[in-house]
Every structure is written in C-alpha cells, then in structure tokens.
Design a binder for this molecule. Structure first.
Ligand code: DX5
Ligand code: ZN
Length: 266
C-alpha cells in the first residue's frame, strides 16, 4: 500500500506543471501519510470547462473556480466541422494564460488537428488532447503534441471503443473519455461511459502504462460518484460549475462528492 502511494505521488510530481502550491506533491505526501487515504484521493482533480462560463467575466469566473479547488482549466475548442458548434481559438488561450497560473487543458474538437497544435502550444496550452476520430494518423498527431512540450491526451467519442487505443496508450499522459457527444455543454451523461472508464483501468493495469483518466460531459453531483468509483481521476465540469449559482461553491461541492466517492471504492 505504501509503495502504491509513493508511486502515485511520484506520478503526481511529474504532473505538477503549473499547479498552485496547495496541491504540490510534498503536501499531498503529508496528507496521505497522516490520513491514510487511497491513491485515488490524491489524484482527483476538477477541471472546470469554460464553455459554460460568462465570457465577458472570464477571469473572474476562473478565479472563483480556483478558490473552490479547481486545479486545471478545461478549454473546449470546436471548429464547426468535427462538431456542430464553433467556440474559441488560440487568442483566447493566450488571454487565459495571462489570467491564471493553472495548467490549461485544451480539448481539440477539430478536424486536421496537426495544423493547429503548434498555435495552441504557442498560446500557452499545457495539455492538448486530440480525438481518435479526428485524425488519420493518430500516432503522428500525438507525437506532434509531445514535440511541442505539452502533456499528450487522446479523446474517445461515446461510440468509439477503448480497444481502438491499444497501440497508443504508452505514448499518452491521459485518456479523455467523452461521456456526451462532443459539441455542447449541459448535455445528459451517457451511462455507458462508466464501463469504458473501468475498461481503461483494466488496460492500464494489464499493460503497465501510466496514463491518467479524464471524463468530460454531464459531470454533476448525481454522476460524479459513479465515474470516480470507476477510476476517473480528472473530472471536467462545465454546466455544474458555471451554469448557475456560485462557481466557488459549485466546485467545492463537486470535489467533496468526488473525494467521498474515492472512499467508497472497492
Ligand atoms: C463538450 C465539451 C465539454 C463540455 C462539458 O463537447 O467537451 O467539455 O463543456 O460540459 P458539461 O459539464 O456542461 O457537460
Ligand atoms: Zn471538453
């Protein structure tokens, strides 16, 4: 058990990037040694999606989410082709970069991602994820993200089996499981996503890979427990953080529910 916790913290240390001091690996090492909680506890992160934020007050909204415990900011990029919606491009990422120290987790829902990866990296993206379905040469696209110094993520649409990732799991830092069809915030969670998360955990254990598991879409107080118990570690939430009420309180409640779920894991 101790060994597993140390491995987890070493993994986290590799991930610190621009994390604020209160989530540094040393402090977590103290937390887990005194409270003796599971490894999943120390790896849970909330990544609010700015898609549901008020863009006219974006910096303020982000500040509130950070005060509520967010340690990553999820940025949804849509091109009107891969998904039926258009959102933001590199200039907004560059502005966010000036407004927050948090790592920027840029989710590319675009065709021809290779054409735009350099621009998002230059704008300040820390993590970049590419859809398995959006690129003909997935290995090349993931390699391009790595070459630009970003954490590498691969994303699966709800209809895409996890087995399609078998050949790339050893080259990614995280796998993003879409729990809605990408394109819009505020959609209903697709329950089959829970089993996909479980399968990824099994594949990770079997293959000795070291990726983290992120889930995106319909994550709220009524779904967060199921995905955490299945093995999700990075929880994207747009509507549940920014949709209504206070983003700080919303983030706190989501993280509390997620941490409670880690204690219910079997
Ligand atoms: C959907 C986006 C999600 C979305 C999540 O295409 O990738 O990140 O913003 O929003 P909620 O949490 O509202 O489902
Ligand atoms: Zn997203």
């Amino acid at each position: 058990m101790v060994q597993r916790l140390e491995v987890a913290c070493d993994r986290l240390a590799l991930w610190r990037g621009r994390m604020p001091p209160h989530v540094s690996a040393p402090s977590l090492r103290v937390t887990i040694s005194t409270v003796s909680v599971s490894r999943e506890f120390c790896l849970i992160e909330l990544a609010p999606s700015i898609l549901s934020a008020d863009f006219a007050r974006l910096a303020d909204e982000v500040t509130l989410a950070v005060e509520g415990g967010a340690t990553l900011l999820h940025v949804d990029v849509m091109d009107g082709h891969f998904v039926p919606n258009i959102t933001i491009g590199p200039p907004v990422v560059a502005s966010l970069r000036k407004a927050t120290e948090l790592p920027l987790d840029v989710h590319l829902m675009i065709e021809n991602p290779d054409l735009y990866i350099p621009a998002f990296a230059d704008a300040g993206a820390d993590w970049i994820s590419v859809h398995q379905e959006a690129t003909r040469h997935l290995n090349r696209s993931l390699d391009l993200v790595r070459k630009h110094g970003c954490k590498v993520g691969v994303v699966l649409n709800p209809a895409t089996p996890v087995q399609t990732l078998g050949e790339v799991l050893d080259m990614v830092d995280f796998v993003l499981v879409m729990s809605v069809n990408p394109g819009f915030g505020g959609q209903k969670f697709i329950p089959g996503s829970v089993e996909k998360i479980r399968k990824l955990v099994t594949m990770r254990n079997a293959g000795g890979a070291n990726f983290r598991i992120e889930v995106d879409g319909g994550i709220a107080l009524d779904t967060i427990g199921d995905v955490v118990r299945a093995g999700a570690e990075i929880l994207v939430a747009g509507n549940a953080v920014f949709g209504r009420g206070n983003p700080k309180e919303n983030a706190e409640k989501l993280l509390k529910a997620a941490h409670e779920a880690t204690l219910q894991k079997v």
